[in-house]
Design a protein around this ligand. Structure first.
Ligand code: ADP
Ligand code: MG
Length: 330
């Protein structure tokens, strides 16, 4: 069987839909060569990250293709943001299900074009194949930091405050709405939650400004508790989180008032793509200024401690038992 979409040839698809997305990057050579070149500014290092999205796992075949494209790009940009990097370019591997139409591919490319304009990145290469199975999309994003400045997970210090940007839990609740739950929430709240699930906001304004303030950082993709657990594990430390300090949107608050048991989903669910970071208490004033400048909430939710693991404290100060400790594929 031919290993490519049958509508147009693979090369026509690339030329028509993907080459325009590479126009701004001279090293992409119009997607006509075997490889692309990139030249970081002197004194900068490349920060590299990749994420794959699989139909039926990360998105549904019936989801709008532009939204799938934008989420695929944004989850990668979120990783760059959490590392303090400025985005530079990305690569795109598309393994299209044979059922995918050319209109789907066109709309997918339009979604990428919209976000390229929003975030100032260009496509510089990729691969195009087809499969009898579900569609698989993989993006590799490249960013830059001044040499030695990538913010790591493993460098939290005991006594650091734990902060998170924006609000937590909206995406998990949005997925709940899409699954038919939270039917008694006002329509505007339901729409807000779905929007946060479908279209994350990579915190690219914040990330690069955390250098010198944050000791360690991660983006919240697996879930607040699980991702803080990753910082703790790699730093050889523990952390406590006060559940009552975790920042919630008005929509999430409304959901929680109706159904208090949703707290486990809020703290454990994934896909928020906020930045979770550890910073010393001395950074508090500078972080308050940064939050004002970025017009983005930065909320202290707990503390890094000696020991291991994440302890979530309820309003009465007692540790909570959380069943859902984050998303796992295996
Ligand atoms: P090769 O045979 O060297 O693997 P391809 O024929 O796969 O090259 O691709 C030709 C060019 O088109 C390359 O520059 C590649 O990076 C680019 N390309 C292919 N598919 C995509 C895609 N989905 N997105 C972006 N660029 C792509
Ligand atoms: Mg190839």
């Amino acid at each position: 069987m031919p290993d490519r979409p049958s509508r147009r040839g693979e090369f026509e698809l690339i030329a028509r839909y993907f080459a325009p997305l590479a126009a701004a990057a001279p090293g992409a050579l119009g997607l006509t060569d075997d490889a692309a070149w990139i030249r970081p500014a002197p004194g900068e290092e490349l920060v590299v990250t990749t994420d794959a999205l699989v139909e039926g796992v990360h998105f549904l075949g019936t989801d709008p293709p532009a939204q799938i494209a934008r989420k695929a790009l944004r989850v990668n940009l979120s990783d760059l943001a959490a590392k303090g990097a400025q985005p530079l370019a990305y690569l795109l591997d598309t393994v299209f299900s044979r059922g995918v139409s050319e209109e789907w591919i066109a709309a997918f490319a339009e979604g990428l074009a919209a976000d390229q304009a929003e975030y100032g990145v260009a496509l510089i290469g990729g691969d195009t194949t087809a499969t009898p199975g579900p569609t698989m999309l993989a993006i590799t994003a490249l960013g830059t930091v001044p040499a030695g400045r990538m913010i790591r997970r493993s460098t939290a210090k005991p006594g650091d405050d734990v902060y998170v940007s924006g609000s937590i839990g909206d995406a998990a609740l949005g997925l709940e709405v899409l699954r038919g739950g939270l039917a008694d929430l006002p329509e505007a709240a339901r729409a807000h939650l779905i929007g946060r699930y479908r279209l994350p906001q990579p915190r690219l304004g914040l990330g690069p400004r955390l250098w010198g303030l944050a000791h360690a950082a991660i983006d919240v993709s697996d879930g607040l508790v699980a991702d803080l657990g990753h910082i703790c594990e790699t730093s050889g430390l523990g952390a406590t989180v006060e559940a009552g300090l975790v920042p919630l949107s008005a929509a999430a608050q409304a959901a929680l008032v109706r159904q208090p048991s949703l707290l486990a989903q809020i703290l454990g669910g994934g896909d928020d793509y906020e930045i979770l970071f550890a910073a010393p208490p001395e950074a508090a004033a500078a972080l308050a200024d940064l939050a004002g400048a970025e017009k983005l909430a930065l909320t202290r939710i707990g503390r890094v401690t000696a020991g291991s693991g994440v302890t979530v404290l309820a309003a009465d100060g007692q540790p909570m038992a959380l069943a859902n400790a984050g998303w796992r594929h295996f």
